[in-house]
Write a protein that binds this ligand. Structure first.
Ligand code: TYM
Length: 331
């Protein structure tokens, strides 16, 4: 039995990338472990957000976690901003983070480059990784399941935990990262050399978990591929088809080799249709459960209970960390 923690930003409707890279694995992990799943709204405000949209996205994400199979009887599901210990420890970890190492984070560099440089991005975007470290370290987390893009943040989390332990006292558990073998980096349907992202401006680039079947079919049909007409996995030379193979395999459970055999001699049209079906078959039951949950009182009860449980656990670790740093008074 391990302690598992992971978080997702409520910065738009989740994509099939978030599902295949993260949530799908959470469902498996919760069977045998003590799990915390977080809606990291304080991370979302590191870039500008519309307040009403943010509120909707938070609720929608909670419903999607549950509709995908997170069981609130087994796992703790909560909203980051409802557990103040996260920002408290986040601040303390900032005090042992170096600006240089934060500036080296590729996600910071990418987002800063998109927003016309450092003058135009918030300082919270820079200090995002110590907050993420705080999320993880507050729960004595052993394992953090994430997609490939979070690897660098996880390395920094481990460094900060070790640095704190060496400098002050042995408080934090050093977490392991767990990245799935297949599906850790689902690519954009329009530019398969780029990660699929829920904040992409081009709606055709991603499949949202709430897209209707017709829309999913359309998006997969118009996915960018090569023109040689052979369904084989070759990420370098055939990134579009390889991405669709990964999506198909992760949704249907069929291995990539089996799919290559099944579609040998068949055209991309047929393969794309089958891929769309595999995606729709996974998403349809999730969407049905989502619609039942989204306006229910049950959802609020689960989030209230989750915040209470998370606060209780997080405050214990926060108290130890404050003591180790000499903050406040002896009580
Ligand atoms: P976020 O919200 O961008 O993504 C949530 C999860 O989905 C994974 N993911 C993908 N996996 C495969 N293919 C893709 N195209 C794809 N896009 C996203 C991400 O790797 C992630 O696992 N910083 C985090 C949120 C966070 C967090 C944490 C995660 C905050 N605190 C503590 C783990 C532990 C983020 O922005 O994820």
């Amino acid at each position: 039995m391990h302690t598992i923690f992971s978080g997702i930003q409520p910065s738009g409707t989740l994509t099939i990338g978030n599902y295949l890279g993260a949530i799908q694995h959470f469902i498996e992990l919760q069977k045998e472990n003590d799990c915390y799943f977080c809606i990291v709204d304080e991370h979302a405000i590191t870039v500008p957000q519309d307040r009403l949209k943010l509120r909707n996205n938070i609720r929608s994400l909670a419903a999607l976690y549950l509709a995908s199979g997170i069981n609130p009887e087994k796992s703790t599901l909560f909203i980051q901003s409802e557990v103040p210990a996260h920002t408290q420890l986040g601040w303390m970890l900032q005090s042992i983070s170096y600006i240089g190492e934060l500036e080296r984070m590729t996600q910071f560099k990418d987002k800063a480059a998109k927003s016309a440089g450092k003058e135009a991005v918030s300082s919270a975007l820079l200090t995002y990784p110590p907050l993420m470290a705080s999320d993880i370290l507050l729960y004595k987390t052993d394992v953090v399941p994430v997609g490939e893009d979070q690897k660098q943040h996880l390395e920094l989390t481990r460094n900060l935990a070790e640095r704190f332990n060496n400098k002050f006292n042995d408080i934090f558990t050093i977490p392991e990262v767990r990245i799935p073998e297949v599906g850790a980096r689902i690519m954009s349907l329009q530019d398969p050399t780029k990660k699929m992202s829920k904040s992409d401006e081009n709606e055709k680039a991603f499949i949202s978990m709430l897209d209707e079947p017709k829309k999913i079919e359309k998006k997969i049909k118009s996915a960018v591929t090569d023109s040689d007409g052979i369904v084989t996995f070759d990420a370098e030379n055939k990134p579009g088809i390889s991405n669709l193979l990964t999506i198909h395999s992760s949704c249907s459970g069929e291995s990539i080799e089996n799919l290559e055999t099944a579609f040998a001699g068949k055209g991309y049209g047929e393969f794309k249709q089958a891929t769309a079906k595999a995606v729709i078959d996974i998403l349809k039951p999730i969407q049905e459960r989502y619609n039942e949950l989204i306006n229910s009182e049950k959802l609020d009860e689960i989030l209230d209970k989750g915040a209470d449980n998370a606060s209780f656990e997080a405050n214990k670790v926060l108290k130890k960390a404050k003591k180790a740093m000499g903050l406040g008074r002896v009580k």
